[in-house]
Design a protein around this ligand. Sequence first.
Ligand SMILES: [Zn+2]
Ligand SMILES: [Zn+2]
Length: 413
Amino acid sequence: MPGTVKNGVKRRGSRVETVIEHGRATVETALEHGRATVEDVLHHGRAAVESALLHGRATVETAIEHGRATMKAAILHGREDIRIEHVPVPEAGSGELVVEVGAALTCGTDLKVFRRGYHARMIVPPALFGHELAGTVVQAGKGVTKFRPGDRVVALNSAPCGQCYFCRRDQENLCDDLMFNNGAYAEYIRIPSRIVAKNTLRVPDHVPLEHAALTEPLACAVHGFEDSRPHPGDTVAVIGGGPLGLMILHVAALAGCEVIAIVRHDGQAEAAKLLGAAHVVQTRNIRQAIQMTRALTPSDRGVDIAIEAVGVPEAWQEAVELVRKGGAVNFFGGCAVNTHVALDTNKIHYSDFTLRATFHHTPAICRRALDLIAGGRFQAGAFITGHAHLYELNRVFEKLMNRSSEIKTAIVP
Ligand SMILES: [Zn+2]
Ligand SMILES: [Zn+2]
């Protein structure tokens, strides 16, 4: 990018020279007062910097890379706009932890946020981004007794208040004051005290950090499955071959259910089989999916449980068409705001359907999810289909948007 480089150097030249001439003390000043300057040059014209800085290069790099005053982190600025920036390394306040991120996993929710540029409940840009992570504690704030530097932990993306009406009724997933934390796509992340106290778990030595980072989505999957009140031997149809659909079907198969996976893409069909689906229905046609699924049950009566894991109204309607009399439907996938579905009230009533819509997780379920990962039967490795550096994050999300066969990519800072 010679053009960018020249402009960058011309525009910022005087500052860069200052940095070179006066050395490190200046770098700090430059970082503080003119951070965009040094960063622009480094990011957009790195090759140029090499010649421009020539002798001063080591200075700048030392300050940035080894001074640890700043770290690399992904900042979400809006729709399809993630920038890797240098931001101050967080410090642990009272009750808090700073965790060096070992692995952060991409997630369907992050993809939604990347596409839409915001998430009403979880994140308002510009903001640190990413929420599935595991890593190593590097700093423990005042009053933290459960953890110390060196501990390998998985810190969940949220924690309930423990005091509201819903928390007191063991429905912490619905807490009125659910606190969310973002910033997993970074070298370090600060874990707020409430999450340290309620939803940070020690990772057993034999569990790789990138597997432990699956705790959050797996907790959602376990919650959705258990909430559907399954019995061993039940026939369970799972609509959707995304990461959550695949997790739910794997959990259901491990629990002894006969799973029918309803997917669209070849990669999803393969993954579904690998993860224990007894049958795979692969079609883009909803009517066909319903027929084929019912045909897999005695006298076409329908499945015992249908779990929708796509998050579009058509799939919610499809789910209701799959179950037998007395069966249960779980509308697990969250649709966009202001979407509605039309359901056959007569059928729902006279067939005595149970309809549920499970959201999020609770601290108890998160613990069970990590136990499942540590137990060895859960094939954690199958869910991580790629690795990428933080700098490649935009490309990773673009790829995920194009429905590649990737399930989750581990982002290693
Ligand atoms: Zn997630
Ligand atoms: Zn609460």
